[in-house]
Design a protein around this ligand. Sequence first.
Ligand code: FE2
Length: 204
Amino acid sequence: MSETLGRAQALALLQEWTKGESLRKHGMAVSVCTEAYGVLEAARLGLSGAEAAEFVDMYACAGLLHDMDYERHPSLTEHPFVGVKYLREAGWPETVLHAILAHADYSGTLRESHLDKALFACDELAGFLTACTLVKPSKSILEVEVAGVKKKMKDKAFARAVLRGDITGGAELLGLSVEEHVRNCLNAMQARAEELGLLGSPPA
Ligand SMILES: [Fe+2]
């Protein structure tokens, strides 16, 4: 990705297009999770140095930008198409745009690349992990555990808007068990809890 189109610009675009705190935080949480998969995939591909950094940056940007247009254009005919059109005109890489299109089931764009799959897999799970955090008295993601997350996934009354099938289907797309996928994303979000506003007040 060029120097003028990286995660700083993606974050600025997210903030320009999205005023709501929870949707901003959602973009950031998904970005942290997809970035973690970018790091794993870069290592698997044997990338290093600037090449690896650029590869990982694409994952982070796709996460930040995937719902960028949702606040202004939430309808199925506009989201994520309006955002992608804007980003294409601004010169963002097609790899990122393809993943943003493919995260929406109804877009007609298939999930083909590893980034496509990672973005889809992280979208619902990041939201679910946030919900699991906010019901803790401490509101700290540091207190969330994989087993507890899996248990809550079976509780249909909990965070009912989160599509469990997208989480399990996403893990499958990545060739991972649900447990591995939850662990990867939870570790990634815990490592950046403060930035995501999910540090809460963990007991000392
Ligand atoms: Fe999303």
